[in-house]
Design a protein around this ligand. Structure first.
Ligand code: AMP
Ligand code: MG
Length: 512
């Protein structure tokens, strides 16, 4: 496929898209163009987000707008690229993943002055596609739309969904499905896997020069990784650029990613979110949630919950998410070693010490969040922690996670019935509630952090099935409910309820 020069979009707010990533780290950026979409038709447009980006929703609905949203008419001067990355998938290293069906259109500055990636998913095969068809079906793209937006409205860092456009093409899966392109926005698409890929490139070129000069002993190379790290600092942690010493600056970058990921996973745990496929190619440097395949929210609280059909060993089970994040951050450290110290042994020591901060930061974020969920932010971590542990022992395997915390909000107002009914060990609950009540939980504060509406699996499935059949009404109603997750509204009762028994055990399939 040739890289043709596209027509200007002429869209308001959209001058030239930036291409700093493609320019600064060309080794990870393959110039590419989107596949033609036979009959593009907008299924979902995030008007609020469009506005934040300085784009005109009405214009995005025109032919030129659709051309942007499916990638066939990128703005003049943009340099769309398929990004290269590697990744540990379920623990095994895949050296060449990359955007098999995605394109980075370019970088866009929003009204707030912040730079974001404008990125497409489902825009056709790229050189990274391997056996894949490069396409995406309507259902999985709308799933990413609804779940990523739900996380955003819960206050959790995430990529955002700008639009889903049906292409008019048919995608062959087990059954023929309507194809779609998701246009998403992220602070960047830099992943742990991007650094792993860059490191592998550096190692390959080190080997070549070793053979040529035969003069290498224990020092580490690092050209692509270094440029990628510089790019990441400029993009996400610009305040670190002022650190004069290289070793210290790159260590600070690593520490920043550790912190961002520790807080992110704590936030997932607090709302009962299961990402489902925490491979290192799905872990961002920015600390935003990315890639919504077999993700889901807990129904009944159980740390062993797994929704993904392919996660047979439970590697990415709900309760494993914090240690898996730590494991993924260790893979990032390995890729960064040459930047941390010129001697590998010292570099490892430095990295281990920095990663050591993960557990503490995770525990702190989780403990603070849990005390807030129980309305006892004023109570110290030790007392709060004991209450949380005892509560989880009571509700494990029994209570619906999301609605139980709302029931506790009612309990804090003196109405204990629902919370009491939610557990089998009523005497245990009464004892627990007496301890908790003596701390004077703040019911109003609880309702501000405990969502009433989350993207429940049965609601998401219902909305996607209807949408795939051509009816978007349920999808739109669900998005509207999830846009104000803490704000109880009459008429939305069914969005607050657990799945009916008839829904059965839930399994999701990777969003291909
Ligand atoms: P994901 O599960 O979406 O994180 O994707 C993992 C890897 O598989 C990435 O490199 C994707 O680009 C690639 N991939 C997934 N689905 C397809 C597809 N239909 N065609 C080409 N590549 C794909
Ligand atoms: Mg991915």
């Amino acid at each position: 496929m040739s890289h043709t020069s596209p027509a200007a979009t002429g869209l308001t707010g959209l001058g030239e898209l930036g291409h700093a990533f493609a320019d600064e780290v060309p080794e990870l950026a393959l110039p590419w163009t989107a596949a033609e979409a036979p009959t593009p038709r907008l299924l979902a447009l995030n008007e609020t987000l469009a506005d934040e980006l300085g784009l005109e929703p009405a214009e995005l609905r025109t032919d030129a707008g659709l051309g942007l949203l499916v990638g066939t008419r990128p703005p003049a001067g943009s340099k769309p690229v398929a990004q290269g990355y590697a990744g540990h998938q379920f623990g095994g290293f895949a050296p060449r993943l990359g955007d098999g069906r995605a394109l980075l259109l370019g970088e866009l500055r929003g009204r707030d002055g912040r730079l974001r990636d404008l990125h497409l998913k489902g825009s056709g095969r790229t050189p990274w596609a391997r056996g894949g068809d490069g396409l995406a079906a309507v259902g999985p793209m709308l799933r990413e739309y609804v779940v990523s937006e739900a996380l955003h409205h819960l206050g959790i860092p995430t990529t955002r969904a700008l639009a889903v456009t049906a292409t008019g093409a048919t995608v062959r899966r087990e059954v023929p499905l309507p194809g779609a392109v998701l246009a998403r926005v992220a602070s960047s698409h830099l992943r742990v896997g991007s650094f792993q890929y860059a490191r592998a490139l550096d190692q390959a070129s080190d080997q070549t020069s070793d053979q040529a000069s035969d003069a290498h002993s224990g020092e580490l190379g690092g050209d692509v990784v270094r440029r990628l790290a510089d790019h990441a600092i400029a993009r996400h942690y610009p305040e670190l650029a002022a650190i004069g010493s290289d070793d210290e600056r790159y260590l600070a970058l690593y520490r920043s990613v550790v912190s961002a990921q520790a807080t992110l996973v704590a936030r997932w745990m607090l709302v009962g979110f299961v990402h489902g496929v925490m491979n290192t190619d799905n872990v961002t440097i920015s600390g935003e949630t990315i890639d919504f395949g077999p993700c889901a929210f807990l129904d009944v609280f159980d740390p062993t919950t797994v929704f993904s059909s392919i996660d047979e060993g439970g590697r990415y089970a709900f309760g494993n998410q914090p240690p898996i994040t730590e494991w993924n951050l260790a893979r990032l450290a390995e890729a960064l070693l040459p930047l941390l110290h010129e001697q590998q042994e010292q570099a490892v020591e430095i990295a281990v010490e920095a990663l050591g901060g993960f557990r503490e930061q995770y525990a702190e974020a989780w403990s603070t969040g849990m005390r807030a969920k129980l309305g006892i932010s004023h109570v110290d971590a030790e007392v709060g922690g004991a209450l949380v542990d005892d509560l989880f022992a009571l509700i494990r395997g029994q209570a619906d996670y999301t609605s139980y915390f709302r029931a506790l909000g009612r309990a804090a107002r003196g109405n204990l019935a629902d919370a009491r009914d939610g557990v089998l060990d009523v005497a245990g609950f009464d004892a627990w509630a007496t301890r908790w009540s003596s701390l004077q939980p703040d019911a109003g504060a609880m309702d501000r952090v405990n969502p009433i509406y989350v993207a429940r699996n049965h609601l998401v499935e219902e909305a996607l099935a209807d949408a795939t059949a051509g009816d978007l009404a349920a999808f739109e109603r669900l998005n509207a409910a999830l846009a104000r997750p803490f704000d109880e509204r009459s008429g939305l009762e069914r969005y607050a309820e657990p799945a009916p028994q008839s829904f059965g055990p839930y399994t999701t399939y990777c969003g291909t």
